[in-house]
Design a protein around this ligand. Structure first.
Ligand code: SAM
Length: 236
């Protein structure tokens, strides 16, 4: 199947009816990433159909297709995943892309300009610092993260950014239960509660993703996140 068609059909099957404009933006974004990838490593996935499935469909299925206005962050966005595909499908969202590698953020920023994607912000920072900054702390309705750290560490990166009543959504593989077991204390201490685990069956492949959805039920104590490197060296 042609890649454009693969994208459209795979998402339609899951209840997303993308417009021609959205499909165009996604395909253009893929071209930009693959072009940049020749100079600077943004992704290990270079085959188009695999890119569509593992980067686009996988990212978009991290949320439903509701179109509410929301403040959203993508922690450790790397080459723009899941943030860029989610932003294209939810134009009403204000999306903040956070990563500790400036070069990656510069690329995403330039790509957003080329594609006319507005209402975006780029924060070059480590999670441990951005989580302490007044303008970001407990401000986001939704905080997404994929392939950044195990749940115990990731909770300290993402829950401080999540507003009371908001959600932190992590995409995980089949070992999510072990990760969650190790993260129980961290989630509680940081003011979260596991709200739901959603199983997502990927189209075209025999792969299941697990979305671990944590709700923010209490404020995060001021001593978190701890300083740079501590969350990963000494997970809560
Ligand atoms: N989320 C993307 C994806 O799913 O393709 C990228 C995943 S990549 C393996 C992990 C990214 O997280 C890298 O771009 C890295 O710079 C970023 N990262 C790791 N630790 C971080 C931290 N403490 N604060 C901010 N970014 C971090």
């Amino acid at each position: 199947m042609e890649s454009r068609q693969l994208l459209y059909t795979g998402l339609k099957e899951k209840g997303f009816n993308l417009t021609d404009e959205q499909i165009y933006s996604l395909m253009e974004y893929m071209n930009l990433v693959l072009e940049e990838n020749k100079k600077f490593n943004l992704t290990a996935i270079e085959e188009e159909n695999e890119f569509i499935n593992k980067h686009f469909i996988d990212s978009i299925l991290m949320y439903d297709n509701s179109q509410e206005e929301m403040l959203v962050a993508d922690m450790g966005t790397g080459g723009g995943f899941p943030g860029i595909p989610l932003k294209i499908v939810h134009p009403n969202w204000k999306m903040t892309f956070i990563d500790s590698t400036e070069k990656k953020l510069k690329f995403i920023e330039a790509a957003c300009k080329k594609l006319g994607i507005e209402n975006v912000e780029f924060v070059h920072s480590r999670a441990e610092d951005v989580g302490r900054a007044d303008e970001h702390r407990e401000k986001y309705d939704l905080v997404f993260s994929r392939a950044v750290a195990s749940m115990n560490v990731l909770s300290e990166y993402c829950l401080p950014l999540t507003r009371l009543g908001g959600k932190f959504i992590a995409s995980k593989g089949p070992k999510y239960q072990e990760e969650l077991e190790d993260a129980k204390k961290a989630i509680e201490v940081l003011g979260g509660k596991v709200d739901n685990i959603t199983e997502i069956m990927m189209p075209y492949e025999d792969i299941v993703r697990y979305l671990v959805i944590c709700k923010k039920i209490k404020k995060t104590p001021l001593k978190y996140p701890r300083r740079q490197g501590v969350p990963s060296k000494k997970p809560l």
